[in-house]
Design a protein around this ligand. Structure first.
Ligand SMILES: Nc1ncnc2c1ncn2[C@@H]1O[C@H](COP(=O)(O)OP(=O)(O)O)[C@@H](O)[C@H]1O
Ligand SMILES: Cc1ncc(COP(=O)(O)O)c(N)n1
Length: 267
């Protein structure tokens, strides 16, 4: 039996809510075969990031070669990449193996405030990874950082930002509006011509650990199945909305979302 293959290149979250763990759970729920390349270990729980341990370039390269030379992928999601050296290595390998359907979640700062990307690595992200990305999925602070401007606060500002991000090379932009102060949870999809709004009610919960990771992994899973970017982002939005609406009160801080919630909707 053949199955769409998905790969996450990201950091491990020992607490299970974000990073590699969120991605693999999402890949599985969306009926794809999930694989991983771990760029860094984090000692993390719902209270925050207690340690970051980047893996050696040798270890990351060996994982990439092992997966890509034998199994291959139908879609790739990148998350926490931590340093300019890791970004350069990943970008070079994706080019070498002619990887398709590359979803870049430009992870920079964890919800608790810890840095998951070194300041000087932003340039490498812009120069090496954005030009080969099929789609990037920044949140509002990440989009502001990539554009070198102040954080956007309105849908109009988000639309202008999506157009400017598109000029930096990705084929599609999905700009996430989870950080807007109030109103519905609106994300924008921009394909270079048209802007589409993905809109749901804002769910009142503090348990949103890993929402960005889960959303991007869901887009990758749907692209792996051959869905269009519009179809993929619509499924991803339903998936993350279900996961947040049944979010889990696990630990004493910001809890994770429920990756199994979408399964009941899809029945
Ligand atoms: N309280 C919420 N209610 C409904 N959807 C939300 C909520 N918070 C975030 N989302 C959605 O979750 C996804 C991740 O968004 P966001 O929080 O902006 O990303 P990140 O986790 O990268 O900071 C987006 O689709 C966003 O609209
Ligand atoms: C290893 C790792 N990767 C990414 C995030 C971002 O999480 P979020 O999706 O909540 O912004 C995280 N907290 N840890």
């Amino acid at each position: 039996m053949s199955i769409p293959k998905t790969l996450t290149i990201a950091g491990s979250d020992s607490g299970g809510g974000a990073g590699i763990q969120a991605d693999i759970k999402t890949f599985q729920e969306l009926h794809t075969f999930g694989m991983s390349v771990i760029t860094a270990l984090t000692a993390q729980n719902t209270l925050g990031v207690h340690g970051v341990f980047p893996q050696s370039l040798e270890a990351i390269e060996a994982q990439l070669d092992a997966v890509l030379s034998d199994i291959g992928t139908d879609a790739i999601k990148t998350g926490m990449l931590f340093s300019a050296e890791i970004i350069t290595l990943v970008a070079n390998k994706l080019k070498e193996y002619e990887a398709k359907n590359i979803v870049v979640d430009p992870v920079m700062i964890a919800k608790g405030g810890a840095s998951l990307l070194q300041e000087e690595a932003v340039r490498a992200l812009i120069e090496k990874l954005l030009p080969i990305a099929t789609v990037i999925t920044p949140n509002l602070p990440e989009a502001a950082k990539l554009l070198g401007r102040q954080e956007m606060e309105t849908i109009g500002e988000m639309k202008r930002a999506a157009i400017d991000l598109h000029k930096m090379g990705p084929k599609y932009i999905v700009l996430k509006g989870g950080h807007l102060l109030d109103g519905p949870a609106v994300d924008l999809l921009y394909d270079g011509k048209t802007t589409y709004e993905l809109k749901t009610e804002r769910i009142q919960t503090k348990h949103t650990h890993g929402t960005g990771c889960t959303f991007a992994a869901a887009i990758a899973a749907e692209l792996a199945k051959g869905k269009t970017i519009k179809e993929a982002t619509e499924v991803a939005k339903s998936f993350i909305t279900a996961a947040i609406s049944e979010s889990l009160s696990i630990g004493s801080g910001i809890g994770p979302t429920n990756h199994a919630a979408f399964r009941r909707l899809a029945r």
